[in-house]
Design a protein around this ligand. Structure first.
Ligand code: SF4
Length: 344
């Protein structure tokens, strides 16, 4: 074949292994795709041209925005800050409930995009008066090289970086990226491998491995668990997930339960019942997780932060706005209990 048009924006793909017959194996994520000559990986971002793998997702973001950091969600990392956020097209998952399927299930060459090489991302973030950059909206693992180069330049310029991800990445690429990441929110979609495969086209164990690696490497971590009715809202499964988190040292890691809204291939399903979200929160707190949040239901007021010791409200949020912050030098202002997070 060899007739692929790589277009203006492409980059030699990292972690590739040449195989017989001009095939190439990609080792960025646990799919470890074997890509035939002229073929493309599951994520639709990596093509094999004449036996060499190239990323099509480099310097060509399809989405750029400036968001409150609370929207990621990150609640214990620089609350109230604004963060420059970007994504290219593509994803290594196939979530039936994807909210961004128009961009996540496309190849970068299929969509309109900005021309923005890594150094311009950093300049643009600074020009928009933010010191933070998030790789988000789609799955940043599939635009790994763009993330890596941008994050490296961002660190050189004193900016901090955030990775909002499904956590489905191989250990070596993750280890190499961690020095350039400051925080992450990882979607732990459920605690059942069969449901991971059916609902998301992924697997559980690699995501658990990512959580452990990021924690070991000192990346500030928060976890999101979306409760999809009939798939991921089983109380026994939520309990097993919370027990695993406690057993593996994640009691201080904020856990965000999120409400499902009908989307994409699950457009005909009802939203998650409020009672299920409340039950999930109770299960997590009973297991010993210190900071548990319920998103997407403003009336519950479960997006405030409470001191794990004196139980006073220490961050009051209204939507994505921070109304009050009673954390001083990383401690509760009232009882001086240290509060896990990055506060300045
Ligand atoms: S990054 Fe893409 S091409 Fe590489 S293994 Fe994952 S899905 Fe396959």
């Amino acid at each position: 074949m060899g007739t692929i048009n790589l277009g203006k924006w492409h980059k030699l793909s990292a972690y590739q292994e040449k195989m017989e017959g001009n095939k190439v194996r990609c080792h960025i994520c646990p799919h470890n795709c074997l890509v035939n000559e002229g073929g493309i990986g599951i994520c639709k971002t990596r093509v094999n041209k004449r036996g060499v793998l190239y990323s099509l997702a480099y310097g060509n973001p399809c989405s750029i925005g400036i968001d409150p950091i609370e929207k990621k969600p990150l609640f214990h990392f620089l609350p109230g800050e604004r963060i420059y956020s970007l994504a290219t097209a593509g994803c290594n998952f196939r979530c039936l409930n994807c909210q961004n399927w128009q961009i996540s299930q496309s190849s970068p060459n299929e969509l309109d995009h900005y021309d923005l090489p890594p150094e311009e991302v950093v300049k643009s973030a600074i020009a928009h008066n933010t010191q933070l950059i998030a790789f988000t909206y789609t799955e940043p693992t599939v635009f790994y090289e763009y993330v890596y180069d941008t994050a490296q330049i961002a660190h050189e310029e004193g900016l901090r970086t955030v990775f909002i991800s499904n956590g489905f990445i191989n250990k070596q690429p993750l280890l190499d990226l961690c020095p350039y990441l400051d925080a992450a929110n990882i979607d732990l979609k459920c605690f059942d491998d069969a449901i991971y495969r059916e609902l998301d086209g992924g697997r559980l164990q690699p995501v658990l491995d990512t959580l452990k690696t990021m924690k070991e490497k000192g990346v500030w971590l928060e976890i999101t668990n979306l409760l999809v009715p009939g798939y991921t809202d089983n109380p026994k499964m939520i309990e097993a997930m919370c027990n695993w988190l406690i057993e593996n040292g994640f009691s201080d890691t904020p856990l965000h339960f999120s409400r499902f809204f009908p989307a994409y291939k699950l457009a005909n399903m009802p939203p998650t019942q409020e009672s299920i979200l409340i039950e999930a929160k109770n299960i997590a707190e009973k297991a010993g997780i210190k900071y548990v949040y319920v998103g997407n239901i403003p009336s519950l007021h479960d997006e405030n932060t409470y001191c794990s010791h004196c139980k006073r409200m220490i961050i009051e949020r209204n939507g994505f706005n921070v109304e009050r912050n009673h954390i001083q030098e990383g401690k509760c202002e009232f009882c001086k209990e240290p509060i896990a997070g990055v506060w300045e």
